[in-house]
Ligand binder design. Structure first.
Ligand code: ARG
Length: 264
């Protein structure tokens, strides 16, 4: 009797481990109905474009809403896979995934090995410092300072090209850079405007943004070179811009309507 009970318990335990295992796996399985399923590579933490919703265990953010809406419009399904940003870039170059969306700036260099959709978001770079910092008011004050950012991004390139006399410190994830800034181990962080603003306002204490927007940039959805999906995605994106869905999503994450379409 005792044995039976125990084995029942064991089976229950095993079952729940298996179930929990499925629920927390990194890829979320297919979404939507019908059509081909395409893999979508995204970054695992780039607020407010893609990050984990702790309650649902699903990736959320502007990019996630946009790619799901595009998939629905174009009639395909997506399987979201989150990883480090560099993995998204190389995942396109090696055609490991079908689509990449990760606040990725369209650059001439990347466009040699990756295809991009039409631009879907206007960004740029910005500096954050500690609130108490009175020395760094703009990028003109970076000489001799420790400036942190994420490796493999346009900020790293910008700093190396324009600020050879700053000490550039790179991290595989941007949150580590912000943490070091908060703790005073670096003097400033340079990164994408929307991320810096969002992080400073929502996720940090004692930080502020300084200076102007540096280097205008545009984000594009990425594809392996010569992907047949580019055209369909561009078409769907344009439809969503015209019918106000893009603005609905934009408003949800950025508090305004980019193209000024009517809200329903
Ligand atoms: N826009 C910059 C770039 O393309 C930074 C992108 C960072 N994106 C991310 N998901 N972490 O280099």
């Amino acid at each position: 009797m005792r044995k039976l009970k125990l084995s029942g318990l064991l089976i229950g335990l095993l079952l729940s481990i298996i179930l929990v295992g499925c629920g927390t796996s990194e890829s979320e399985g297919s979404e939507g109905e019908g059509g081909e399923t395409y893999t979508v590579a995204t970054d695992n933490n780039f607020v407010p474009f893609e990050f984990l919703d702790e309650e649902t265990g699903e990736m959320t953010g502007f990019d996630m809403d946009l790619i799901r809406a595009i998939a629905e419009e174009a009639g395909f399904e997506v399987k979201i896979e989150s990883m480090k940003f560099d993995g998204v870039v190389t995942g396109m170059q090696t055609a490991k995934y079908d689509i990449g969306i990760a606040g990725m700036t369209i650059t001439d260099e990347r466009a040699e090995t990756i295809d991009f959709s039409e631009p879907y978001y206007d960004a740029g770079l910005m500096l954050a410092v500690q609130e108490s910092n009175t020395e760094i008011k703009s990028e003109d004050d970076l000489a001799g300072k420790k400036v942190a950012t994420r490796s493999g991004t346009t900020s790293e390139t910008y700093l190396k090209d324009n600020h050879p006399d700053a000490e550039v410190v790179t991290f595989p994830g941007i949150v580590e850079a912000y943490m070091d800034l908060q703790d005073g181990r670096v003097d400033a962080v340079m990164y994408d405007v929307p991320n810096v603003q969002y992080y400073v306002a929502n996720d940090s204490e004692g930080l502020k943004t300084v200076g102007d927007v540096l280097q205008g940039e545009q984000y594009g959805i990425a594809f392996p070179k010569d992907s047949e999906l580019v055209e369909d995605v561009n078409e769907a994106l344009q439809t969503l811009i015209d019918n106000g869905t893009y603005d609905d999503i934009y408003e949800e994450w950025f508090g305004e309507r980019k193209y000024g379409t009517e809200a329903d």
